[in-house]
Design a protein around this ligand. Structure first.
Ligand SMILES: Cc1ncc(COP(=O)(O)O)c(C=O)c1O
Length: 400
């Protein structure tokens, strides 16, 4: 059996790790050495006075979240999915959880329906996110009916326009409703600004937008300062940022914490100037099943050969195990999808030039464009340390 590959030293080592672990199927590899360097660099760039809140959806494995929070010395997680919320409350009862999107009130009710009493105290360790007066009304009714003590953090629109309160007067009105509802406690604000990194840098547009984000945030804070006692104000969670923007908050002292998750494993969409010091730490490794010359397009005999004459990167065809993930092939270099043949989740076609020397049972590596959904598609994560698969970490479960 020939084992000719054209990987660099890093991917040759990952291939060897997969082979040694007998992982001849699509595998999500997590490089713990790279992850640790990323955690240290991210933690070092959180200003002294602020805390890091780890975005759980972007690192969707209980052991991974434990590893990251322990190394970064934080117990704060941001959670986006009701089944994951139940799992985290059950298995990581020491964490402080902030919901990252406004759940339908039925999802909040379901959390309580399925939560089995343990050390985790939702009245102290869980903040629900509320974006409108109507949802606040629903949460107030749930809390009162079930005699729950629920913490309410208000989502504010700082410029992303994905919802949330934009008018500070509405924040003031919602604060009054919370104050008048004994079963609700106001716990803070969340303002997410990922759009800033996408604004063109030309003519100072991006910098100006970030200044506007900060101004919008502060307008809501003025309302809180007028309505709350200094002690109440000092206890608030004032959450901002995400992976694309947290490094812009170096000199900002009016928020209390910065959110980041994806940056720690750095999928492709996070190849941003602000994150240049971080290393990609997740890769899909999957075996080549079949290797041949130009792709034979069904019912269009000869078209693949003709195409290969005009494009040297169509000279070879590789069918891989699985495919159609939110990911791009990265090793060997020069592989691409075939739009004429189409995509497949079962056996995907990749084309390359005659320089790409892959044979069946060699491995191809792809880099996910995002972590949150892609990391859930492969079963347990294969944990790599020192170039070896050393452990398997289950992902968060969808559950019931
Ligand atoms: C409210 C909120 N905060 C922060 C983040 C940042 O997550 P990440 O750091 O993984 O990009 C997100 C991502 O969707 C979000 O919705």
């Amino acid at each position: 059996m020939t084992q000719v590959t054209s990987h660099d030293a890093y991917f040759t080592q990952l291939s060897d790790a997969l082979r040694t672990a007998n992982l001849f199927r699509p595998t999500m590899l997590l490089d713990l050495d790279r992850l640790d360097r990323n955690i240290d660099r991210v933690a070092a760039s959180i200003p002294e006075a602020l805390d890091l809140r780890v975005v759980a959806k972007s690192l969707p494995s209980p052991q991974l979240l434990d590893h990251v929070t322990a190394r970064a010395q934080t117990n704060r997680l941001m959670v986006f999915h009701q089944p994951f919320l139940n799992q985290l409350a059950a298995t990581q009862p020491d964490k402080d959880l902030l919901i990252g999107k406004p759940f339908p009130v039925g999802a909040a009710a379901r959390f309580y329906d399925h939560h089995i009493a343990n050390q985790f105290d939702p009245s102290k360790q869980l903040q629900w996110l509320v974006d409108t007066p109507a949802r606040l009304h629903d949460y107030a009714a749930l809390a009162t009916q079930r005699e729950l003590q629920m913490n309410i953090t208000i989502e504010i629109d700082v410029g992303l326009h994905r919802g949330g309160v934009s008018d500070p007067a509405q924040t003031a009105a919602m604060l009054d409703v919370i104050a008048a509802t004994p079963n609700l406690t106001f716990t803070g604000l969340m303002g997410y600004d990922a759009h800033v990194a996408k604004v063109p840098t030309a003519f100072g547009m991006q910098k100006r937008e970030f200044t506007s984000v900060l101004d919008r945030y502060q307008a809501h804070l003025s309302v809180l300062q007028n309505k709350l006692t200094p002690d109440e104000y000092a206890a608030l969670t004032l959450n901002a940022a995400g992976s694309p923007t947290f490094r812009r908050y170096q000199d900002i002292d009016f928020v209390t914490e910065l959110a980041a998750g994806s940056a720690l494993v750095k999928p492709l969409d996070f190849d941003l100037p602000d994150l240049a010091d971080l290393e990609p730490a997740i890769f899909i490794g999957t075996p080549v099943l079949k290797a041949s010359g130009p792709t034979q397009i069904p019912a269009l005999n000869g078209l693949g050969n003709l195409w290969a004459k005009f494009d040297r990167n169509r000279a070879r065809t590789f069918f891989i195990y699985g495919g159609y993930w939110k990911a791009h092939p990265v090793s060997p270099t020069g592989l691409s999808n075939n739009s004429l043949y189409g995509r497949s989740t079962n056996q995907e076609v990749l084309n390359g030039s005659t320089d790409v020397q892959l044979a069946p049972e060699d491995f191809v590596f792809l880099r996910p464009t995002q972590s949150e959904f892609v990391m859930l598609q492969f079963g347990d994560l294969a944990i790599v340390r020192g170039g070896q698969v050393v452990d398997y970490w289950p992902t968060l479960a969808q559950g019931s």
